[in-house]
Design a protein around this ligand. Structure first.
Ligand SMILES: [Zn+2]
Ligand SMILES: [Zn+2]
Length: 191
């Protein structure tokens, strides 16, 4: 049995939270950790009780969905709501934080940011983190499956799609299947 590392464990938690996202633009999850204990979590979504982007579509202004509260912000606000100190805590996020979240993270006294995926990494956010002495680390998230198994799965899906494509006339369906497979195995399956 392979034991999961703390980094992988907390990132897995963030990825799990991302599945609760209600903004269709990007599913993000954030987990705040202190002394190896999870103290808060958040995902991209509307205010409590508000309309969801998944139901009504995003409310986009200047290319941003203004309905959504970002995962990092939601996690920090959960701490504010229940009076949990964030000074010296760490945050694990599925994506590199945006500029607004970067500033909130710094101001809340978070000491380290661990992220699984780069996302339009803003140079000013990187600069602010550095200037504030916040450690920022990119962690390769492996999921809960071993890489080897995942590659085998990707190979199988690829082979099946290839066989389907041979002499098949259902092009739109195949394109859709390819897209879904690519989302599942972004590194292993290209169209
Ligand atoms: Zn939205
Ligand atoms: Zn943000």
């Amino acid at each position: 049995m392979e034991r999961i590392s703390w980094n992988q464990y907390f990132l897995a938690q963030s990825h799990l939270l991302a599945l609760r996202s209600t903004c269709t633009r990007l599913a993000v999850g954030a987990t705040i950790v202190r002394d190896k204990r999870i103290i808060a979590g958040g995902y991209n979504g509307s205010i409590a009780g508000g309309v969801h982007c998944t139901d009504d579509g995003c409310y986009v202004i200047d290319n941003h969905c203004v309905r959504t509260i970002h995962a990092e912000m939601n996690a920090l606000l959960q701490c504010a709501k229940f009076g949990v100190p964030t000074a010296g805590a760490e945050i694990y996020v599925t994506h590199f934080p945006c500029l607004q979240c970067c500033k909130a993270i710094i101001q809340a006294g978070i000491s380290s940011v661990y992220y699984a995926m780069p996302y339009k990494n803003h140079p000013y956010a990187e600069e602010l983190f550095k200037q504030s002495g916040v450690e920022v680390k990119h962690i390769d998230f492996n999921g809960t499956h071993s890489d080897a198994k995942n590659e085998q799965r990707a190979a199988l899906v690829k082979e099946l799609l290839g066989r389907l494509a041979d002499g098949s006339e259902m092009e739109t369906e195949l394109d859709e299947l390819y897209e879904r497979a690519q989302r599942l195995f972004p590194e292993s399956i290209e169209n």
